[in-house]
Design a protein around this ligand. Structure first.
Ligand SMILES: *Cc1c(COP(=O)(O)O)cnc(C)c1O
Length: 482
């Protein structure tokens, strides 16, 4: 498989380059040149496979054998999906009636990003072993409002040749999220709390470092954010896996922020995964819901804080890939729309693009009271405790019911409720006492934390990275502290 940029600046590159590049130099995103189609006989075969083997089959369609062999890929997926709390990795749980939950939270950080980042961690390690002597190092720098950082750290900690720096706004993540980033003693991971910063400050510093050609080359930077193609491709797997657990083509309802997850669902559907529809569920940060209603994609002044913080975004960084595909893979049109968006903060899709987008996905925005009511009513009716993100997906599917037709609905359960105790208490009141805390998460609050607090400036981050990297050379074997 070969890749190209959504804005036309990269016409041809391989999988490894696409993964290492993150953002293309023209600021577009890398997409596969074709989307592989699978036939009924293949689906029948796939339906009997365990998760890791299915991952090998699907991901192999997106990587040339000359870059990563099948045997290597088999090893990667086996390693990435061996230590999950469910033997099925991403089991499907019947909630009630037509509703099912695709539980994506059985990995190390209790949120769905682990599915992709556990794979990305071992993938980076393998890619480094193939580099020429002296270049076997990779520096991961990422910004997080909570979930991405903890998943990334869980994915790369202890990995040979990989150094990882995660920037986050001090005192703005939940205590559990911070603990998940800081409770590790691996020397190659660094949680950097920026004093007085917001998430956008962190993001801006990271973007600046990636744009600095010299810094980028000197440290051989790698990205872990959701625009990384490897993350999307790993997420395609569970759509197929889930479709095999229900007896008719399902609707998938996907709690959405940066649009990576639902985009993976769209690729799955294009490949031939049984799917009756895709629901984009947003919270009050509804840029996508507004786009699907009006055809206009327009940036709000700022993100609002909600009960589902992992979806609190202004713009959805993966949306450009969907625009590209809905335009009929027209890089010129995509570039023109995105240029306009960058200049003015908005674009309006031409009629054909708008119609195509609306035919592919439905969207609904879910407000605070609806999130709380959905958690409460499902707990009362079924005993199951939805996390606030998952509740958005369940509620959006209910809201769109009349447009979706009859049949199974699979809601992606993106996080474990134990990560969001405040929302659960708000939703359930006294009844929250009947929900046992997730001990593995609460225990993290009391182990020693390792973090560095830096001033909110690019300079402070650069100095920290330089100093750390200088002390780590020559690429010594990782020594575990404590
Ligand atoms: C990241 C995240 C989302 C949003 O996923 P996108 O791929 O960014 O749309 C939703 N829920 C949870 C719990 C998350 O961590």
């Amino acid at each position: 498989m070969r890749y190209r940029s959504t804005r036309g600046g990269v016409e041809d590159c391989g999988f490894v380059d696409a993964v290492l590049m993150g953002l293309a130099p023209d600021r577009g995103l890398l997409v596969p040149k074709t989307i592989p189609k699978v036939d009924a006989a293949t689906l029948e075969k796939w339906s009997k496979l365990p998760f890791a083997s299915l991952a090998t089959e699907i991901i192999s369609l997106y990587i040339d054998e000359s870059e990563i062999s099948r045997a290597e890929l088999e090893q990667l997926t086996k390693t990435a999906y061996s230590n999950w709390r469910s033997e099925h990795v991403t089991p499907v749980h019947h909630l009630d009636g037509d509703y099912h939950l695709l539980e994506l939270f059985h990995g190390p950080t209790y949120a769905f990003k682990d599915v992709a980042l556990q794979f990305l961690g071992v993938l980076f390690e393998l890619i480094l072993t193939k580099k020429p002597k002296g270049q076997e190092r990779l520096t991961i720098i990422g910004a997080t409002s909570g979930d991405t950082g903890s998943s990334a750290i869980a994915g790369v900690r202890g990995k040979e040749g990989v150094e990882c720096f995660i920037l986050y706004p001090e005192n703005r993540t939940s205590p559990i999220q911070e603990a998940q980033m800081c409770a590790y003693d691996d020397e190659n991971v660094h949680a950097l709390a920026l004093r007085g910063a917001c998430f956008d400050d962190c993001q801006k510093i990271v973007k600046g470092l990636f744009a600095d050609q010299q810094f980028h080359a000197r440290h051989s930077l790698g990205a872990v954010n959701s625009i990384n193609w490897a993350r999307i491709v790993a997420q395609i797997v569970y759509y197929f896996y889930a479709s095999f657990q229900v007896d008719a083509a399902p609707v998938f309802s996907v709690p959405t922020g940066n649009f990576g997850d639902v985009l993976a669902g769209w690729y799955a559907k294009e490949m031939g995964c049984a799917c009756r529809g895709l629901v984009v569920a947003t919270n009050a940060n509804d840029i996508l819901a507004r786009f699907f209603a009006s055809g206009t994609y327009s940036r709000p002044p700022s993100a609002v804080e909600t009960l589902a913080p992992s979806m609190d975004i202004c713009v959805s960084s993966n949306f450009e890939r969907f625009v590209f595909h809905c335009s009929g893979n027209d890089a010129a049109q995509t570039k023109s729309l995105m240029d306009q968006f960058e200049k003015t903060g908005a674009f309006t899709a031409p009629p054909a693009l708008k119609a195509k987008a609306q035919a592919e996905m439905k969207a609904a925005s879910v407000q605070k009271e609806e999130i709380l009511a959905t958690i409460k009513s499902r707990k009362e009716a079924t005993g199951y405790v939805l996390d606030p993100h998952t509740a958005c997906g369940v509620r959006a599917a209910e809201d769109l019911k009349s447009q979706l037709g009859a049949g199974p609905v699979i809601c992606l359960a993106c996080a474990h409720h134990g990560k969001f105790p405040a929302a659960i208490n708000a939703a359930l009141g006294d009844d929250a006492k009947s929900v046992p805390p997730e001990k593995a998460l609460t225990d993290l609050l009391s182990v020693p934390h390792r973090k560095d607090i830096l001033e909110n400036s690019a300079r402070a981050v650069i100095d920290f990275v330089e100093k750390t990297m200088a002390s780590r050379k020559p690429a010594a074997k990782k020594a575990r502290t404590a």
